[in-house]
Every structure is written in C-alpha cells, then in structure tokens.
Design a binder for this molecule. Structure first.
Ligand code: PEP
Ligand code: MG
Length: 604
C-alpha cells in the first residue's frame, strides 16, 4: 500500500533538485577467507596475484575510458584517483608486502592481499588521528582518503581473485535515485551522471573523496542519512533536495509536480549558467560589477570557480576549523589559508578573522579559558563576540594574523593572492586601532624572522554589521583600509530581531527602510573616504536586491556561490539608470512590505 510522504535529513553535498524511483544498490559481501594458507604453493599464488592485478589495471582502464564526456572538474578528480590506484597496483609497498607474505608465510593470495591492505589502511588511519590531534585537518583528510584507497585496491584484488562480482550501477533504470549504504570513490567513477538523477547514502561525510567527486560531477547528492536503507523501498518515488539535504519518500502529487518543475528550471538555468561563467558581470550601460563568493569550507571551491566567482569576498575562518574543538596552530592555519589562496590562482581572497561568540566556537573558547564568556548569557549576540573577543585573547589574533600573512607570502618571488584581512563585529575606532597595533607587531616579528611579506601588505578592513559602525564609517574609515557590509547582522542589530529566532522571523527584513538607510549612509561615507566597500550578507544573493544596492552606489558583492550566476544574469540585462530608478522609488517608502513589493515587481 502506498504510504504518505515522509522526510529524511542528511548532509547536503551537491545542490540540486531531483526526483526518480529509488534504485537500491547493495554490495555483494567479500567472501570470508577461511583458508589462510595456500594449497598450491607460492609460485602459483603469485601467478594468481599477477592475473588479479592485470584485471584490475584493465578495470581502471575501462573507468578511464568513461571520463570523456564528464564535466571538467569530475574528469580531473577521477583521473587523479585512478592514477593513485594504478600506482598502488604497480611495484608498490602494498604489492611488495603481499608477495613477501605469500613467499615467507605461505599465505594464499587473497589472504595476503586482504591482511596487508587492512594493515596499511589502519596505519594511515592512525597517522590521520595523530595529525588531527595536531589540528592539521587537511593532512588528516588526505590520510583518511589514502586509507580508503588501500581498502579499495585490497577489495578489488580480493574480488578479482575470488570471482565475486562488483555491484552494477548500469543495471539501474535511467533516471533512478541511487540509494546505497555506502558509496566509495571508485563507485562514483563508475556512475554515469547522465543516467542517475541523484545519489543518497546512509554513510559518508562532507569532506571525503566520494563527496568531492559527486560535487565535481554535479550530481545532486545527500550523504549520511541515518537509517536510510531501512526506510527506502526499491522503486518508490523519491524527491531529493540537494540544497537542503532533505529526502522525501513517497511524495504527494503536488510535491512531485513542484519538484519536477524546480528540477526542470535548474536544468535550463545550468545550461544558461555554463555560458554565463566566462561573460563579464557588466551592466548594459557599461559599469563593471564585482561578484565574489563567500566561503566556509574548501569543499565549496570547485563550485565557486565553476560559477565564475571573481574572488572570495568573505572567508568565514571560524567555519574552516568548525568541527574541531581546538584551533589549529599557526602552521596548520597557514596551510589551510594558503591552499585556498593557491586554489584561487591570483583571484583576491578576503579572510575574516575568527567571528566567535554567540553559538560559534564555544568549545574553542572554553579551551582558551574563556569559560565565563561562553556561559549562557541572556544576550550572547550582544556579548563578547567578533573583534571584542579576539582583543581579549590577543595571542589568538596574533597567531591568526601571522598565519594569514605567511599564507600570502610570495612563492619564489612571485606574488600570490592578493589577500585581504577582515575584522568582524567592529563597533568603534579603538578596536581597529588595537587590532592594527597587533597586526603591525606581527608584521615586524615576521620580517625579523626573515619572512618576505607581500608588498603592499594585505589591507586590514572591517565588517560594517552594527548600527554603530554604519553610523560612524566616516571616522572608522580613517583606520580601516576597506569595508564589508555584513547585512545579516546589520539587519539583526538594527531591527532588534534575532536572525535565528523563528518566532520573529517575519520581522527580520533587510529591506526595512531603517536598514536600507544605514546601508546608504555607509556606502556614501565609504565612497567619500575613498575606501573600497562591498556587501557580503545574504542580501547580496537576491538578484533584484543587488539591483537596488547598485542604485545605492555599491559595485562589489560577495554571496553564496550558488547564487552568483543568477545575480550575474540579471545584472547583464540592466542599465545603471534602471537600478537608480528602483532605488529612488524604494527610498521614498516607509513600509518594508511596500519595498518588498517594489523589489519583487522589478525587472519581471
Ligand atoms: C553578516 O553578518 O552579514 C555576515 C556576512 O557575517 P555572518 O553571516 O558570518 O555573521
Ligand atoms: Mg556577521
């Protein structure tokens, strides 16, 4: 009997709507190796091993043949994974140790392969745990991926040795939503994105290779859905929302229709967006508009580049180390920033120093001995947050400045970056002065130690996200090199409406005339002081609101990268006069609802 629809939640990996029948793919388990020792002798075992290796090379060659026709990012990711597999199947540590065990201990090939692959994988997992404790997430992630690669090659060889077949994704009907307990990177390499509507798995995480590959292939995907396999039946209709990480089981007619429409819209948009990527963000009247992206995790980088971001306008560093309860040391941080700066390949990167406080970074703060500050105050949003908190623990700020400056060091005399540094939650000039003193001290120390810092140094800017800052930009701009309007918090503090409180969500409106007037004042003051100014709050991800902000004098925006193409598309159809006109009409209004209507009706 058909059941009524139900929702499951998981980790949103690749944004995108999709719908289709569930195609459950279960893996045939590997055989238990009951007979560890060979009955046929080492020579014959080595011949069996050679055959299994040759078959594995052949399988990898087949995977390589499938790369043609995949999106560029997917092709690169999978090609480098296949190279790792091939190296492991060559005269590698793994193969050497397997042959040693066959020769010295008289093991059969499958027992030797399975034991060695497991041991090597466990060794690198231990290494991953050790480096994770030193807060080097990138190295830890790389080691975990390597462990997965040893396991993969081990499994492949055991299957080839024992004749246990692989799961066949090709048997899924076209348009299926692939549902699996676990998907390995090598499995993703065998998926045909043109035949699979989406992927949903019970296991997995946001940073593993499977996730990276799914994103690179642009397949809508949700991983880590608890209890998935027990709840999804073969062939039942599913709606996958890869933006939110929700899976609807047995959707109603209406839900299905809406999902189908959304998916169709996205397909059309993607086609158009592919063409947009290389086109300039320019108004019809000729003015250039700078469109950058906000970034929380390195995993978002491929999408950010795919969507044509001109740079990173806001790197929220507190999320970069988010799932840890301790902050990496200077070297660990430096590596994290540098790899992002390098990946951006000459595009500007604006790194915001830790915006801890409220709910963010509590565990870290506790470890830093800031118990009292994290104790549940009545008003954490008005408590020790952002730059005020960092100035209480200057050693944390010093370490971060130092790591950022080192990440921006030229490479063999060739500049990388440019990098900019942003202070969060500034309310008064003394905070910038104090932070700059620390910055200058760090610069002097690094120079004494022989570091070649970029010339000019990374500029030190401020978030304008409190009414106090917005009202005094003329003064603050004497100390700050640039400004970034944080309209999420500016709206919250101006309207006294908590941005995360659903009870007052209907009152949270960045289009409130009070907020717009503060934005206008800030922009005018920054332009008068000849300081660069951008907007990096969520407001900048709505194309029509961006038109309004252009009318207010702004020319630089940073947003979640998924919104970039849509914003660029509208900008390219407008003239400056269109934006000015919208702005003039809006600024005459006193009611947020009237402003919302004007904006909604604009350019339709
Ligand atoms: C903002 O407040 O608008 C902003 C960009 O910062 P965050 O959302 O990280 O607080
Ligand atoms: Mg903010």
């Amino acid at each position: 009997m058909p059941r009524s629809s139900a929702f499951l939640h998981g980790k949103a990996i690749t944004p995108g709507m999709a719908l289709g029948p569930a195609g459950r793919v279960e893996e045939l388990p590997l055989p238990d190796i009951t007979e560890r020792y060979s009955a046929i002798g080492p020579e014959a075992e080595n011949i069996r091993l050679d055959e299994a290796i040759a078959r594995a090379f052949h399988q990898i060659e087949k995977m390589r043949g499938r790369l043609v026709g995949l999106p560029e990012e997917g092709r690169e990711e999978i090609a480098s994974l296949l190279m790792v597999y091939e190296r492991m199947l060559g005269p590698s540590r793994l193969v050497r140790q397997v042959r040693d065990r066959i020769a010295e201990q008289g093991l059969c090939a499958e027992a030797a392969v399975s034991e060695v692959a497991q041991e090597l994988a466990s060794q690198v997992v231990r290494m991953a745990q050790a480096v994770a404790q030193e807060n080097n997430t990138q190295e830890a992630d790389a080691n975990l991926r390597l462990a997965g690669e040893f396991e993969e090659i081990g499994r492949r060889l055991v299957r080839n040795l024992t004749g246990i077949s692989y799961r066949a994704f090709s048997s899924l009907p076209p348009g299926s939503v692939l549902v699996a307990e676990q998907l390995r990177p090598a499995d993703v390499a065998m998926i045909d994105p043109a035949r699979i509507a989406a992927v949903v798995t019970q296991g997995g995480g946001g940073a593993d290779h499977t996730a990276i590959l799914l994103r690179a292939l642009d397949i809508p995907a949700i991983l880590a859905v608890p209890n998935l396999m027990a709840q999804v039946q073969e062939g039942e209709m599913l709606v996958v929302d890869g933006h939110l990480g929700t899976l609807t089981l047995s959707p109603s007619e209406v839900e299905l229709r809406m999902a189908a429409e959304a998916a169709q819209r996205e397909v059309k948009e993607k086609r158009a967006f592919g063409r947009l990527r290389r086109l300039p963000a320019q108004l019809q009247s000729g003015e250039d508009i700078e469109l950058s992206a906000n970034l929380e995790l390195p995993a978002e980088l491929p999408m950010l580049l795919r969507n044509g971001a001109k740079g990173i306008g806001l790197l929220r560093s507190e999320f970069l180390f988010g799932e840890r309860d301790e902050l990496p040391d200077e070297d660990g941080q430096m590596e994290a920033y540098r790899s992002i700066v390098q990946a951006m390949d000459g595009r500007p990167v604006t790194i915001r120093v830790l915006d801890w406080g409220g709910e963010k970074g509590r565990a870290c703060m506790r470890r830093l001995g800031l118990e009292e500050q994290v104790a549940d105050g009545d008003n954490p949003a008005l408590g020790l947050r952002g730059v005020r908190l960092l100035l209480r623990v200057p050693e944390v700020l010093e370490t971060q400045f130092s790591a950022i400056l080192r990440a921006a060091e030229p490479e063999k005399d060739v500049a990388i970056g440019p990098v900019r540094i942003l202070l969060p939650m500034v309310t008064s000039v003394d905070e910038i002065v104090e932070a700059r003193e620390i910055y200058d001290r760090v610069v002097r120390r690094l120079r004494r130690r022989g570091h070649t810092l970029p010339d000019p140094l990374p500029p030190l800017g401020i978030m304008v996200e409190t009414p106090a800052a917005a009202l005094t930009v003329d003064t603050l701009s004497k100390q700050a090199d640039f400004m970034a309007l944080g309209t999420n918090d500016l709206t919250m503090y101006t309207l006294a409406v908590d941005r995360a409180d659903s009870m007052v969500a209907d009152r949270y409106s960045p289009l409130h005339p009070g907020v717009l007037r503060l934005i206008e004042m800030t922009t005018d003051a920054a332009l008068k002081a000849r300081r660069p100014i951008s907007v990096c709050g969520e407001m900048a991800s709505d194309p029509r609101v961006v038109a309004l902000l252009i009318g207010l004098g702004l020319r630089s925006f940073s947003m979640n990268s998924a919104s970039l193409p849509r914003v660029k598309r509208l900008i390219r159809t407008l003239t400056l006069e269109d934006c000015d006109q919208l702005c003039r009409q809006v600024m005459l209004q006193n009611e947020p609802d009237a402003i919302r209507d004007l904006v909604r009706q604009f350019a339709t």
